[in-house]
Design a protein around this ligand. Structure first.
Ligand SMILES: *Cc1c(COP(=O)(O)O)cnc(C)c1O
Length: 384
């Protein structure tokens, strides 16, 4: 780090989408230009090519692109006829879309607790939430585990609860596409997996986008129909209530270029996370990656003792270093969601995490000097 940077630090970005844009160079411009030339803006050839690459990337039989991560989740619930009277178990410590899609179908999200080390859904709590749902007269139908901050949920015990209780599992992999669990890529656990290509996600496009993964041929067919207004033999044969849920061809063309460099970016994110771990081990509670799991580090999120977070955020802000809080209010406390039930016994850990976590700048192009600036600033702020 040079002296000038120390005296007058330039603000650094939380996620540097422009750095990736520079690295991709003309390849993205050329890919977009090809779409502008052929003019097949909806369901053009790049959409099918992207779907083939996504399926190949994670080993799922089907990859179905769609308009957003939220639509990806919703399309699976719609395809399974989830609706009023049904309960879907999900965490409260997540982005709102996880529970929003359940409510949109008319079903009831039932919030379960997460695990203290990983912040991901606890299978024990899911089992209790199933009992809570039954007691309320609801029919438990599904579990939506979330791979929070890029780390896979612990699928084995969750799939065991699902099998015992006759529920299906829909993995909310909006933050975690590219991660692995026990040697297998996400996209292959449970009945279906949903991901998002929102620009800030590990694999992002230049607008909104998403995808669904499944090995179930019949489910894939229904989802493809729902994606285009519930079409039957053609688009003017409407056999079910669907939506406009397609991914734009231009976004598919951009993602084809980005998926080429995605493995390298995942490796860079992991290197950067390890470097944060080395620099911060003695000053905060660091993210844990259990043996047999890999993370794509959608966020690098640390946990502090209660009451220390605002001071850290303000000290870093004064040095041009942004931070973010994912998530400041657990869903069961949100105005739109507080009417939905939580597991018996409550969600005290989710509430505590919401008050204690803070995320540091994380992206594949965070260079060592900039990262040292972050580590140094965090250490100084926490030593106060
Ligand atoms: C981003 C996100 C979504 C929704 O994805 P969109 O593409 O923004 O609709 C769903 N669940 C989680 C956990 C997310 O982080």
């Amino acid at each position: 780090m040079n002296q000038h940077a120390k005296l007058d630090p330039a603000p650094i970005p939380f996620i540097d989408i422009a750095a990736q844009r520079r690295r991709l160079g003309r390849s993205v411009d050329d890919a977009v230009a090809r779409v502008l030339a052929h003019c097949q803006f909806v369901m053009g050839p790049e959409v099918r090519e992207l779907e083939a690459r996504l399926a190949e990337f994670c080993g799922a039989r089907h990859a179905i692109s769609c308009a957003s991560g939220t639509d990806a989740l919703l399309l699976v619930l719609m395809a399974k006829n989830i609706g009023p009277g049904d309960a879907v178990i999900c965490p409260s410590f997540t982005f709102c879309a996880t529970a929003e899609v359940v409510a949109l179908t008319g079903a009831t999200p039932v919030f379960a607790e997460v695990d203290e080390a990983t912040f991901n859904l606890s299978a024990d709590s899911v089992r209790k939430a199933v009992a809570t749902a039954r007691k309320l007269g609801l029919k438990p139908k599904a579990i939506i585990p979330v791979d929070l901050f890029g780390l896979p949920a612990d699928f084995e015990p969750i799939l065991k609860v699902a099998a015992d209780e006759n529920l299906f599992v829909l993995d909310d992999a909006a933050q975690s596409f590219g991660a692995t669990y026990k040697g297998k890529p996400l996209g292959t656990f449970g009945l279906a997996t949903a991901t998002s290509f929102f620009p800030a996600k590990p694999l992002g496009c230049y607008g909104d986008g998403g995808a669904i993964f499944t090995d179930d041929d019949a489910l894939a067919e229904v989802i493809k129909s729902l994606r285009v207004h519930g079409h039957g033999s053609d688009k003017y044969d409407n056999v079910r209530i669907g939506m406009t849920g397609r991914l734009d061809t231009i976004q598919a063309a951009i993602l084809i270029e980005k998926i080429r460099i995605f493995p390298e970016e995942i490796a860079a994110r992991d290197r950067i996370a390890r470097r944060y771990n080395d620099g911060l081990r003695d000053v905060a509670t660091l993210p844990e990656v259990p043996v047999g799991f890999t993370s794509v580090w959608a966020q690098y999120t640390i946990r502090l003792a209660s009451g220390r977070r605002d001071a850290l955020a303000n000290a870093l802000k004064a040095e041009g270093i942004p931070t973010a809080i994912y998530y400041p209010i657990p869903l069961h406390k949100q105005v739109a969601y507080r009417g939905f039930p939580s597991v018996d016994g409550g969600l005290t850990l989710s509430e505590r995490l919401a008050a204690e976590v803070i995320s540091l700048p994380m992206h594949a192009y965070l260079d060592p000097a900039t990262q040292d600036r972050v580590i140094d600033a965090v250490r100084r702020a926490l030593a106060r």
